[in-house]
Design a protein around this ligand. Structure first.
Ligand code: NDP
Ligand code: GDR
Length: 370
């Protein structure tokens, strides 16, 4: 039985990856932060549903800012594979806590690599580092001749998060070259799911669509709706992470769909799921979206109702305007192919959030900055 250690196991990707590895017969260990309220809702079913898997799923208290704790956990677990997914992962929030994000997302990666080296596990333990398309920064001139970002495109991060992650990228590559470690970067473009954190734009949109449809919210406030993202499904992306660590040679890979969509069009698609066609009008900070037509009387919409407004609070000091990844290498070398397209992703998220909102969900999230 192979043993894996996942940092960030309580997050979106950690939960899907834990499921995948358990399905593949792994013993799965996860690092979880102590919090004053429960933070394991994404992985609780792994305890409840599959009784005999109790012994194949174990959580350890830990933190990426705490070296001695990481060394102790890795010594105890002796993992064949470490997936370093733990991070302060919100780009906008990283402008508010730049030092913290440097410590966790940058130095945290070093702490994992160094723990493996100190424990002399270089020949046993393979390491996956959660790198990101935020490294590219969306600069037009850095795209390849076909208009995509690929494994050779230059980096130009545009946030403290991106800058911290670029340290994580290079230190992973450096440890691979310096100490012959099997350590790889997955340069993953945005990936979403019904388990996506509530303050990332896709989930904010699908939760608001559901809440407005059910009369629990009046209006959705968004920042830059012109931003373009290459959105995939987290379930497909954790499969790529696993494949990256199963190759003969350690390498870095771009994981993306190769299709880009604006935030505005994501909003359009989400409202179409509840039978609403939207009309957008107004420029920049004055932009609004109102209900143009309705094809489903199950929900509480009215023609002319304004359901989206721009709020500049959500603008970022420096923005990544466009991301579009070239997945050719991962398709050819890893044999990776996403199962979901954007329509299926949006549909799954809206359906899931309608079910959530039909319950007793507290709608205060609408006031949190994200
Ligand atoms: P989430 O924000 O959903 O999860 C982040 C995880 O990291 C949570 O388990 C969180 O714990 C944990 N964490 C935060 N701070 C610390 C810390 N100091 N020590 C230990 N653990 C910590 O992110 P995703 O699942 O979406 O992303 C996973 C990784 O992939 C992240 O590194 C992210 O930066 C990266 N990434 C994500 C992409 C995406 O589109 N989703 C794209 C490219 C890269 P808690 O639950 O307690 O907060
Ligand atoms: P991103 O994701 O910054 O790409 O980072 P996010 O969903 O936060 O933003 C995507 C784009 O939407 C614009 N936007 C808004 N964003 C948020 N959060 N809230 C809003 O109200 C809003 N309005 C418009 C943003 O400006 C941006 O352009 C995600 C994270 O998962 C990172 O950890 C990961 O590395 C990258 O994806 C790839």
């Amino acid at each position: 039985m192979k043993t894996a250690l996942i940092t960030g196991i309580t997050g979106q990707d950690g939960s899907y990856l834990a499921e995948l590895l358990l399905e593949k017969g792994y013993m799965v260990h996860g690092v979880k932060r102590r919090a004053s309220s429960f933070n394991t809702h994404r992985i609780d079913h792994l305890y409840i549903d599959q009784h005999e898997q109790h012994v194949r799923f174990k959580l350890h208290y830990g933190d990426l800012t705490d070296s001695t704790n990481l060394i102790r956990i890795i010594q105890e677990v002796q993992p064949d594979e470490i997936y370093n997914l733990g991070a302060m992962s919100h780009v906008k929030v990283s402008f508010d806590s730049p030092e913290y994000v440097g410590n966790v997302d940058g130095l945290g990666t070093l702490r994992i690599l160094e723990a493996v080296r100190i424990l002399k596990l270089e020949n046993k333990t393979r390491i996956y580092q959660a790198s990101t398309s935020e490294l590219y920064g969306g600069l037009e001139e850095n795209k390849n001749s076909e208009g995509f970002y690929d494994e050779s495109s230059p980096f130009y991060p545009r946030s403290p998060y991106g800058v911290a992650k670029i340290y994580g990228f290079w230190i992973t590559k450096n440890y691979r070259e310096a100490y012959n470690m099997y350590a790889c970067n997955g340069i993953l473009f945005n990936h979403e799911s019904p388990r996506r954190g509530e303050t990332f734009v896709t989930r904010k949109i699908t939760m608001a669509t559901a809440a407005i449809a059910l009369g629990k919210q009046e209006c959705l406030y968004l920042g830059n709706m012109n931003a373009l993202r290459d959105w995939g499904h987290a379930k497909d992306y954790v499969e790529a992470m696993w494949r990256i660590l199963q190759q003969d040679e350690p390498e870095d890979y771009v994981i993306a769909t190769g299709i880009t969509t604006s935030v505005r069009d994501f909003v359009r698609l989400a409202f179409q799921e509840v039978g609403v066609e939207l009309e957008f009008s107004g420029e920049a900070e004055q932009e609004i979206a109102m209900v143009k037509s309705l094809s489903n009387d199950e929900y509480q919409f009215e023609i002319g109702q304004v359901v989206v407004r721009v709020d500049p609070t959500y603008y970022r000091p420096t923005e990544v305007d466009l991301l579009l990844g070239d997945p050719t290498k991962s398709k050819t070398k890893l044999g990776w192919k996403p199962q979901y397209d954007l329509a299926a992703l949006v549909s799954e998220m809206v359906v899931s959030d309608i079910a959530l909102m039909k319950g007793n969900y507290n709608t205060q999230w609408e006031h949190i900055v994200g």
